[in-house]
Design a protein around this ligand. Structure first.
Ligand code: CA
Length: 239
C-alpha cells in the first residue's frame, strides 16, 4: 500500500506551460507519476486509460472546461471516475467557478497563484482521504464484498468464499483498490512474492478459478475485469 501511494499516478490537465511545469516538477519530486495533458479531450481519454489516483484540473482549456469534465465524471457509469479525487485549479477571475466547482463534485480547489508546497500538501490530503474511505470505492459501495483480514476470508454477496490461500491473496489485492488496474507483475509481487516459479500465466489461472467461485454465488455479475495488455481490476459490472 505504501509503495503504491508513493508512485500514485496523477492526471494533470493544464494548458499554461509555466504552471504545468511547476506542478509536474513538484509532484514528480515527491515520487508521483504525472500524466500531463493540455486538452479536455486528452484528459478524458487518459483518465479512462491510465486510471489515475487523482486528477488536477484547470478550469479554462482551449477545447472546453475542467468543471464540465469533473461533472461528467461524477455522473459517469464508471465507478472509478465517479469517486476519482479531483483538485481544481482556478484563476482569481474565476471566483464563481470555484464555488460551482465544489458543487460539481470537485474535492478541493486551489486559486492561482499557489505554492507548489501547498499543492503537494492538498494532493497528499486528498489521496489519504480517498484511501481511508473504502465506502467510496466501487466494490465496497456496492456492498458485495466483506474482507475479514483476521480470519483470512472474504464474503461475496453475503456468502463466505472457499478460497485457497493464493486466491484469497489475489482477491484481497484487487479489493484494496477497486477500479484500479493491477498488472500481473504487481500481483505476482504482492501475492506470490518470492514463492516458486509463478508467471503471468499463474495469475491468469488463479483469476480463472476465482471467477468460477464468484460466479457460483452471483452468476449475473463479473466482478473481475480483464484489461487487455494491462492486467485485472475489481469492477462490479453485469456479466
Ligand atoms: Ca487555462
Amino acid at each position: 500500500m505504501e509503495r503504491s501511494q508513493v508512485s500514485a499516478r496523477i492526471l494533470l490537465l493544464e494548458d499554461d506551460p509555466a504552471i504545468a511545469g511547476t506542478v509536474a516538477f513538484a509532484l514528480q519530486r515527491e515520487g508521483f507519476a504525472v500524466d500531463h495533458v493540455l486538452l479536455v479531450g486528452a484528459a478524458r481519454e487518459a483518465a479512462a486509460r491510465a486510471r489515475p489516483a487523482l486528477a488536477i484540473l484547470d478550469v479554462g482549456l482551449p477545447d472546453g472546461n475542467g468543471l464540465d469534465l469533473c461533472r461528467a465524471w461524477r455522473q459517469s457509469g464508471d465507478d472509478a471516475l465517479r469517486v476519482l479525487p479531483v483538485l481544481m485549479l482556478t484563476a482569481r477571475a474565476e471566483e464563481l467557478d470555484r464555488v460551482i466547482g465544489l458543487e460539481l463534485g470537485a474535492d478541493d480547489y486551489l486559486t492561482k497563484p499557489f505554492s507548489p508546497r501547498e499543492l503537494v500538501a492538498r494532493v497528499r490530503a486528498l489521496l489519504r482521504r480517498a484511501s481511508l474511505a473504502p465506502a467510496a470505492t466501487p466494490a465496497a459501495a456496492s456492498g458485495l464484498f466483506v474482507l475479514d483480514a483476521d480470519g483470512q476470508r472474504i464474503a461475496f454477496a453475503g456468502q463466505w468464499l472457499a478460497l485457497t490461500r493464493l486466491e484469497y491473496g489475489l482477491l484481497r489485492a484487487l479489493l484494496r483498490a477497486p477500479g484500479r488496474i493491477r498488472s500481473r507483475e504487481s500481483l505476482l509481487d504482492e501475492v506470490w512474492g518470492a514463492e516458486g516459479d509463478a508467471t503471468d500465466r499463474t495469475v491468469d489461472t488463479h483469476v480463472k478459478t476465482l471467477r468460477a467461485k464468484l460466479r457460483a454465488v452471483r452468476p449475473e455479475l463479473e466482478p473481475i475485469a480483464t484489461h487487455r495488455g494491462m492486467g485485472y481490476a475489481l469492477d462490479i459490472a453485469p456479466r
